[in-house]
Write a protein that binds this ligand. Structure first.
Ligand SMILES: [Fe+2]
Length: 266
């Protein structure tokens, strides 16, 4: 039975102006370096999940640029929008641009697996929220395929990661998500961005995975905002037919802020 290969690329925070920096890092250049690294090693994954916070300035020009930079892949595309998202521009710019490259999906069937993306964007908020229609959609998808192993991708982290400042801006109604997951036994993993750090923990029998950003990294287990001296990265996932996931975080070299105490607004 086949194994399916996925890439998770998240928190690119690019600007329409390619020279702009976030905390001293040129987000275009770090994203470009990540794509090159990932494409050289994984030229034909089955799917690529964009984990949210793709454009810092949330504008159509940035989404065009993003799709252009990803155009060497022809995998199935999925997106879990984050707090930095303009949903209208995303729907009218990024998704059509990705559809020109290959298909875009919010629920992908891959053999013994289904992969579902959720939208946790809430206008005007850094934290995340799953609206009732999104929760209802998840419930229906899990009910429709009770025997399929399921991977759910969403931007905001669905459990406490014990960084006080990040846990204040996590998923506000995570309890409702966990109630739905608890009514089914087919969810194997939740995959998130937002936390700009590698994370891997089992919660209620479900594997919670977090992926580094393609730009700046946040230091784990901190009370207040704190950057880490780690390079940008991405995550590869192999979905095994028996429901296991083999996954690796890969990092490029360089792109560590010169001043880790930079207090420019994030
Ligand atoms: Fe982010």
């Amino acid at each position: 039975m086949p194994v399916f290969q996925l890439l998770h690329i998240t928190d690119t925070h690019i600007f329409s102006d390619s020279s702009r920096q976030l905390k001293g890092i040129c987000t275009h250049d770090s994203f470009h370096a990540v794509i090159q690294h990932a494409h050289d090693r994984h030229p034909s994954p089955d799917a690529i999940i964009l984990g949210g916070d793709m454009a810092q300035d949330e504008c159509a020009a940035s989404y065009h640029k993003l799709a252009e930079m990803l155009s060497s892949w022809s995998a199935a595309w999925m997106i879990s929008p984050g707090n930095h998202a303009n949903i209208e521009a995303l729907e009218h710019t990024l998704i059509p641009a990705l559809e020109k490259l290959s298909n875009y999906s919010r629920c992908l069937q891959l053999g013994e697996w289904q992969v579902i993306t959720l939208n946790s964007h809430e206008d005007g908020s850094i934290g995340g929220l799953l609206v009732d229609t999104e929760l209802q959609r998840l419930e229906e998808l899990l009910s429709a395929e009770p025997h399929k192993h399921t991977l759910i991708a969403l931007h905001h982290h669905p459990i406490a990661i014990y960084s006080r400042w990040l846990d204040r801006i996590g998923l506000k109604n995570s309890q409702k998500l966990w109630q739905i997951i608890g009514r089914h036994n087919n969810v194997r993993s939740l995959l998130c961005g937002h936390i700009h750090q590698a994370f891997d923990r089992i919660h209620n029998g479900v594997r919670i995975l977090g992926t580094p950003s393609t730009c700046i990294q946040f230091k784990p287990l901190q009370q207040d905002f704190s950057m880490d001296n780690k390079s940008p990265g991405y995550r590869t996932l192999s979905l095994m037919p028996d429901g296991r996931i083999e996954t690796i975080v890969k990092r490029i070299d360089g792109f560590i802020p010169a001043n880790l105490n930079n207090d420019d607004p994030y």
